[in-house]
Structures are given as structure tokens and as C-alpha cells.
Design a protein around this ligand. Structure first.
Ligand SMILES: [Zn+2]
Length: 486
């Protein structure tokens, strides 16, 4: 009964909000029939598009129209959520003024209600900021990249085949894949061990390291997979695996071979080759010593001083954006945010190198190398572009990343019986399920550092499911800060 009433209220309040004037921002461009048909293809995974692109017959004009529709869609969708954010900002000011004016006369219940309203408005505003500044542009960039695949891959595929038949492909950077493990990507990997240890100690001291995921069977499984890839890579330092109890879809390697895998990543992966692809990519950052190259002068201490500064701004509510969103969502367990990209060796150029080497390592260990592409795509389209995995924080050119990955896969010598799925992976997923459910139950009770008023009724959820076309999100209106207001 109670939930029915709540739903009725939500519907009512949504109607009220929809009727608010939003200006031009609310008007979304409508798709014509042919752009709609092409748009459907953009919802397909990259691996499928690579297969079917040469058979698709869209005219240059149609491609152009679609590109413009995407550009306009992105612009108006971003404007829509900027408008929401502005509106929430105004409501926050107004609510705070009201609170100040009436503070002497408020009852405890009224005061709590007012605090909850302000808190919820702040959450909605930061969510709108993240969507406008990060998630929506990322989603549209990914669609634009898929359009580019349809447009350019057929010619590039022909070129790739020619490069293979003429033999020039073997002259590419790290084309010596038969010598993996006996070649040197970057000398002195062992010099990074100390740096990695320092970083871990600092993270623990600052309370940034989530607790470990304590499940022997899952630990053993992930360790087995990772060591198997390590043995087939250019890694020259011992690999140490730690599973973290955190819902972030992330894995990261600290210099010197310390690989951290967050629970959210295990939840998001569909098969063993996807997991292998991510682990191999992270190992490649270590073998190529990317962090050492980016942190020539910076010290661990200065990196963590920066992290502490970000934390301070986030906690005082001083910054609107990805940081605040993380703080709200994770109670500051958003490692993807606080870890300096330099420490992880993440930059545009190095991402492409880690993609290439990672694909080689996964393949060499016997995995279907397209696992990496499929996982990347899944994250970009469905799970978590909103959750801003560190992979997306460099605003990488999606098209180049995916196309380079596909070319590398084609350049690798053919292998029989590449592994995509295993019964051990499925067993791991079954063991993970109750752990995830338990963690989800506990998460709302965890005190997040941003939450000052306890027990507030949260605002209604955004009516958008990951995996739906982004246009669905764009047409959603601003939401009320609380379901029981007035
Ligand atoms: Zn990377």
C-alpha cells in the first residue's frame, strides 16, 4: 500500500516537474526514418559492427545526417541537464534562505525535513552535473565512434588484410609477439617495486584502501587466472593480487606488479576472457613502466598530497562534478577518483600501448583476445559510463582505441581453442553472488561522508536503465528533491 501511494506521488510530482518551463533545452531533435534505422545499428556491440560493417549500405548523406543528429542530441541533452542543475541550485539557495529565516521557530521534524530537502537537492544537482559534464558526452562519443566504424572500417579492414598478406604488419610496434617474455618493453621493472609499496602504505594510512574481499575460493580463482596471464606476458616482477570489497567497476595496477581488482569488476564481467582482457591490460601498464615515465619528477608523497586536497574539496561540498558524485555514492571509496592517473600510468598514448600489449598477453595465455573489446564496450554502453571507470577519464578517442584493438587481434597468429568462458568462472560468479547481495544490503547503512542528515527519504530514482538508448535519459525531466514535500 505504502509503495503504491509513493508511486502515485512520484507520478504526480513528475507531472508537475515536466510542466515546468525548461526552455529550448527540453526540445530534442526527432529522428527521421532513415536516421532511425542507422541509429539502431549504433546500439550494437563493436565486435558485431566489425563483422557487419562491410555489408551495410548507408549513403554518405545518411551518415552525415546521423552524425549531425548525434551532435545535436548531445548538445541538447547536455543543455537539458545543465538546466536541471541550475534549477536545483536555485532551489538549494531558496531552501537555505528559508531555513535561515525560520530557524528559531522550526520544530525538530520541520528542521529535519528541511535538512533532508537540501541534502537531496545537493545530491540531485551533483548527479545532473556529472551527467552533463561526463556521462552524456561519453555516451554520445561512443555512439559517434560506432558510426565511424560503420563508415571507415570496411576500407581499413581491406588495408589490414593487405598489410597481413604483404607481411608489413610484422614491422608494427611490438609486432614480435612470438618473443613475448623474452623481449624488453621497458627496462628496470624491478625498480618500481619500492614505489608501489610506498603508494600502498600511503593509501592505507589515508584510509583510502577499501577492505579486502575475504573469500578464499574467489581469491584463488582470480589469482590463478592472473598468474597464468603473467607467465605469458613480459612481466619481470612478481605479480601480487588483491581483491577489494568495493562496488566500483575497476581494476588497477600500481608500479612494481601490485594488481588490485575491485568487486564491481568481477560482477560486471560476463566471461573469463573479459576478465582476462582487463587484467592483461593492467599488467601491460606495469611491463611498459608507464607510471615511471609519467612520474619522472613527482613523488608518491606529492601525488597523495593532491589526493588529500581533492578529498578536502569533495568533503566540504566545494566541487560539483565527478568527485562529489563518487563521494555520495561510495562514501569516498571511489578509488578511481583519488588515484592519480600518473601513478597508474594512464595517458592517451599509454592507454593505446596497454591495449595492444594487453591483447597480446591475453591471446598468448590462450584467451579470446576480443574479451577486452567486449568488456570495454559493455562498460561504455551499459554498466558504467556513469561510474566513470579510470579508462574513460582520459577521454580516450573510442574509435581509435577499438579499431586499433581490432587490428591487433587480426594481426595475431591464428590459434585454435581460444578460451572465452570456463566453468571455474561461472563457479566464481556463483560464489560472488551472496557476497554482492550482502554488501548491497550494508551499503545504504554505511555512513557516507557527505551525508549529514540520517534517515531522509531519497529522491525518486532516475527513470533510466543502463543499456537503454541514451535518448531515453535525455528526455527525462528534473526530479523532485523529496517525495513527501508539501
Ligand atoms: Zn589503462
Amino acid at each position: 500500500m505504502k509503495s503504491l501511494l509513493r508511486r502515485a506521488l512520484i507520478v504526480f510530482l513528475c507531472e508537475v516537474m515536466i510542466s515546468l518551463p525548461l526552455g529550448d533545452a527540453a526540445a530534442l531533435p526527432s529522428n527521421t526514418a532513415d536516421t532511425a534505422k542507422l541509429r539502431e545499428y549504433l546500439q550494437k556491440p563493436y565486435v558485431e559492427l566489425f563483422e557487419i560493417a562491410p555489408t551495410l549500405k548507408f549513403s554518405a548523406a545518411e551518415m552525415d545526417r546521423q552524425r549531425k543528429a548525434l551532435e545535436e542530441g548531445k548538445k541538447s541533452c547536455v543543455a537539458n541537464f545543465k538546466q536541471h542543475s541550475k534549477q536545483y541550485g536555485k532551489e538549494i539557495d531558496q531552501a537555505q534562505k528559508e531555513l535561515k529565516d525560520r530557524t528559531a521557530t522550526l520544530s525538530d521534524a520541520q528542521r529535519k525535513q528541511s535538512h533532508c530537502r537540501i541534502q537531496n537537492l545537493q545530491a540531485l544537482k551533483s548527479e545532473a552535473d556529472v551527467l552533463a559534464g561526463h556521462a552524456i558526452p561519453t555516451a554520445y562519443d561512443n555512439l559517434a565512434a560506432k558510426l565511424e566504424v560503420i563508415e571507415k572500417w570496411p576500407a581499413l579492414y581491406r588495408q589490414t588484410r593487405e598489410e597481413i598478406s604483404s607481411g608489413v604488419y610484422s614491422k608494427r610496434r611490438w609486432g614480435d609477439v612470438k618473443d613475448i617474455g623474452f623481449r624488453e618493453i621497458a627496462s628496470g621493472q624491478e625498480d618500481d617495486i619500492k614505489r608501489g609499496q610506498e603508494a600502498i602504505e600511503q593509501m592505507k594510512r589515508q584510509g583510502m584502501m577499501p577492505p579486502e574481499l575475504q573469500d578464499k575460493a574467489i581469491q584463488d580463482y582470480v589469482n590463478t587466472i592472473a598468474q597464468q596471464i603473467a607467465r605469458h606476458s613480459d612481466l619481470k616482477v612478481p605479480l601480487r593480487i588483491t581483491l577489494l570489497q568495493s562496488k566500483e567497476i575497476n581494476a588497477f595496477a600500481l608500479p612494481g606488479g601490485y594488481l588490485f581488482i575491485e568487486r564491481g569488476l568481477l560482477e560486471a564481467a560476463d566471461d573469463e576472457s573479459q576478465l582476462a582482457g582487463v587484467l592483461a591490460h593492467e599488467m601491460a601498464h606495469v611491463t611498459a613502466r608507464h607510471s615511471n615515465k609519467l612520474m619522472k619528477r613527482a613523488t608518491i608523497a606529492s601525488v597523495f598530497y593532491q589526493a588529500a586536497q581533492i578529498a578536502a574539496v569533495v568533503l566540504t561540498g566545494g566541487v560539483a562534478g565527478i568527485g562529489l558524485y563518487y563521494a555520495l555514492q561510495y562514501g569516498f571509496y571511489g578509488l578511481g577518483l583519488v588515484l592519480d592517473l600518473k601513478l597508474l600510468g594512464v595517458s592517451r598514448e599509454y592507454e593505446l600501448e596497454a591495449d595492444q600489449l594487453g591483447i597480446q598477453y591475453a591471446w598468448n595465455a590462450g584467451y579470446d583476445p576480443s574479451g577486452f573489446t567486449r568488456f570495454f564496450d559493455k562498460i561504455a554502453m551499459r554498466e558504467g559510463y556513469v561510474n566513470g571507470v579510470s579508462w574513460f577519464r582520459t577521454h580516450p578517442p573510442f574509435y581509435q582505441r577499438m579499431v586499433d584493438a581490432q587490428r591487433e587481434i587480426l594481426f595475431l597468429p591464428q590459434k585454435q581453442d581460444l578460451v572465452m568462458q570456463s566453468s571455474d568462472f561461472e563457479k566464481m560468479k556463483r560464489a560472488l553472488k551472496p557476497i554482492s547481495e550482502e554488501a548491497k544490503k550494508e551499503e545504504p547503512n554505511k555512513p557516507t561522508l557527505m551525508k549529514r542528515e540520517e534517515g531522509c527519504e531519497p529522491p525518486p530514482k532516475l527513470e533510466y536503465e543502463p543499456g537503454q538508448p541514451i535518448e531515453k535519459l535525455c528526455s527525462s525531466g528534473a526530479r523532485p528533491a523529496s517525495v513527501d514535500r508539501r
